[in-house]
Design a protein around this ligand. Structure first.
Ligand code: N01
Length: 550
């Protein structure tokens, strides 16, 4: 069966000169192709995978599905596409999303300029020509005016720092780079290391098939039931009365999704009974609403503790063994400051007789052995070892590109103290480079589809402006970038987020600077700010061409 329902792409020869190179052929890269073509740019795409799909190409572990509702996790640029595509489930599976991306690529003929199975090995700015020189692992060198990094925020999977992986003689896999051929689970002794979203989505399904499943948990995570099922026909009909307007309205929300049950008031402003009823409603509704149902859960420690206690009680009510329930209860960080997970039957999975939970804070893993996992307590024999240990998020995918900007400065040096960027769109000292959902934009704190569309629209309009004015160089101003970094940090500090040792803050990668990497002020405010900047002639950006500056 052709899972992608499309023809495999024909390998194309790389051109020597184009207007724009787009790195990545996931949702962001594909839309960038579409928009850049729309303003008459010649485009070349570079994609490491053999196919389109990005995140949804690689993350095909059992249980992988979106945690944003399908009706919102969709391109909105084409009313016909919106009208004709139908999602089967409230939260689409990885496979269905990949089908959708392939459908879009086919429908808008987006593959024809993409070099698949190709990685960028270096990108160097040539100041004399105001061009980027992009090298690939196929030996191609492509020059372009604009370089668009659409590399994804969570696309560089990370193995844990545990000794002995090379000694292990069983099979090991990573959720973020799950094999394309079937992975045998039935009858096996399976172990999962990691209990973030990927672990929490895969554990219930692995447990159903494996002879025995051992879950190695370092930090218990907060998870709420997704309540997946078929798309609600009444809600869908309501959305479809004006789907484009629905998507436009998402740009005016904090998280890029409709606020369907949020109260808009403080958790402290209502009586216990009302608060509990609201939490129950959010728990029963799914989505991230437990975090947003009151407007101060992420800011006010007292409000946050109430939401946390609600989840703790839910875990106690679901998990039969009180001792296991206590181990599953997240402690030591505020609710939601490590990314909240959406699950299907996660906590109940620990009621199964073939599932074992190992708290590796109590008995740390010493090493992977030839046959399994050795903790300070004992060895666990394992046939299949699953690393659900996350990603070098946000910066990792950009820093592997070996980018050198004006004056030969490397991005790795520029970001040694943290990923500073103007609006998450452009980086001072790196002219004509744009990042889609780059660090310090709302990105991972909002629905990625509207944020991607917003970023690409903004970037392409900026390029179009430069073309109209006869400029061939655009760059973020250092001062504007500093101010933006200050604003991003200021808003993050008003919340409880920095208290969680999360990948948002680089805490999962040893040695990574501890900087909160997303703009937390809300997608709506961010969009308004970007519009203001563009409308005012791109405040904070410098445009130039040979012999002229603005
Ligand atoms: O990764 P994570 P993920 N020894 O970093 C543990 C998105 N996503 O792939 O918390 C033992 O969240 C680590 O423990 P700790 C979503 O944005 C979306 O699950 O560092 N354990 C943690 O438990 C998500 O947030 C969907 O103590 C080690 C886990 O591994 C993001 O991707 C689905 C360890 C890593 O959790 C990342 O999620 C999936 C070690 N040495 C993912 N190192 C959707 O639904 C790490 N861990 C759309």
């Amino acid at each position: 069966m052709n899972l992608h329902e499309s023809t495999p792409p024909v390998r194309i020869a790389a051109p020597t000169l184009v207007d724009a190179v787009v790195i990545g052929a996931g949702f962001a890269g594909l839309y960038a192709h579409y928009k850049l073509r729309g303003i008459g740019c010649t485009v070349f795409g570079v994609e490491a995978a053999p196919e389109v799909g990005g995140t949804w190409f690689w993350n095909r572990y059992p249980g992988a599905r979106c945690d944003v509702e399908s009706l919102d996790y969709t391109y909105s640029f084409s009313p016909e596409l919106l009208d004709q595509w139908r999602w089967s489930e409230r939260f689409a599976t990885q496979l269905e999303i990949l089908r959708y991306i392939n459908h879009v690529a086919d429908r808008f003929d987006l593959r024809r300029d993409i070099g698949f199975d190709t990685r960028v090995t270096a990108a160097t700015f040539d100041e004399a020509a105001n061009q980027w020189v992009v090298d690939t692992d196929r030996g191609d060198t492509v020059r372009c005016r604009y370089l668009i990094a659409a590399v994804g925020c969570l696309s560089l999977p990370k193995l844990p720092e545990i000794a002995g992986i090379e000694d292990y003689e069983g099979r090991w896999v990573q959720t973020g780079a799950w094999p394309h051929e079937p992975v045998e689970i039935a009858g096996k002794r399976v172990a999962v290391i990691g209990t973030g979203s990927s672990g929490i989505q895969s554990i219930p399904l692995l447990a159903q098939e494996a002879a025995h499943l051992t879950v190695f948990q370092r930090t218990a995570n907060y998870s709420v039931p997704a309540h997946n099922g078929p798309v609600d026909p009444d809600y869908e009909a309501q959305v479809r009365t004006d789907y484009s307007a629905h998507c436009q309205a998402n740009r005016k929300t904090k998280g890029g999704v409709p606020s369907r049950i949020d109260s808009g008031v403080s958790a402290m402003a209502v009586c216990d009974q009302e608060r509990q009823a609201k939490y129950e409603q959010a728990w029963g509704f799914g989505t991230f609403s437990l975090q947003s149902v009151f407007n101060d859960t992420t800011r006010n420690p007292e409000a946050n503790a109430l939401a946390a206690a609600f989840v703790h009680d839910k875990i106690r009510s679901i998990v039969n063994d009180p001792e296991i329930a206590e181990r599953l209860i997240p402690r030591g960080y505020p609710f939601g400051t490590k990314r909240l997970c959406l699950d299907t039957g996660y906590y109940a999975t620990f009621n199964r007789s073939n599932v074992e939970l190992v708290d590796i804070r109590a008995t740390p893993i010493e090493r992977i052995t030839r046959t399994g996992v050795q903790t300070t307590d004992r060895e666990y024999p394992v046939d299949l070892l699953v690393f659900a240990t996350g990603f070098d998020a946000m910066t990792g995918p950009l820093l592997t590109l070996n980018i050198r900007g004006a004056g030969g400065q490397s991005l790795n040096d520029a970001w040694k103290d943290g990923p500073f960027s103007y609006l998450g769109l452009a980086i001072a000292g790196f002219p004509n480079l744009f990042t889609v959902n780059g660090p310090s934009s709302p990105s991972v704190l909002a629905n990625m589809l509207p944020t991607i569309e917003h970023h690409v629209d903004w970037i392409v309009e900026c390029i179009s402006y430069a073309k109209r004015k006869g400029f061939d160089r655009v760059e973020a101003d250092e001062g504007a970038q500093k101010e933006w970094a200050h604003e991003v940090a200021r808003i993050a500090a008003m919340t409880l987020y920095p208290q969680g040792n999360s990948w948002y803050i680089g805490a999962n990668v040893p040695g990574k600077p501890r900087v909160f990497m997303a703009y937390i002020g809300g997608f709506d405010r961010y969009v308004a700010r970007c519009e203001e900047i563009a409308d005012s002639g791109y405040t904070g950006f410098r445009f130039s061409a040979v012999g002229s500056t603005e």
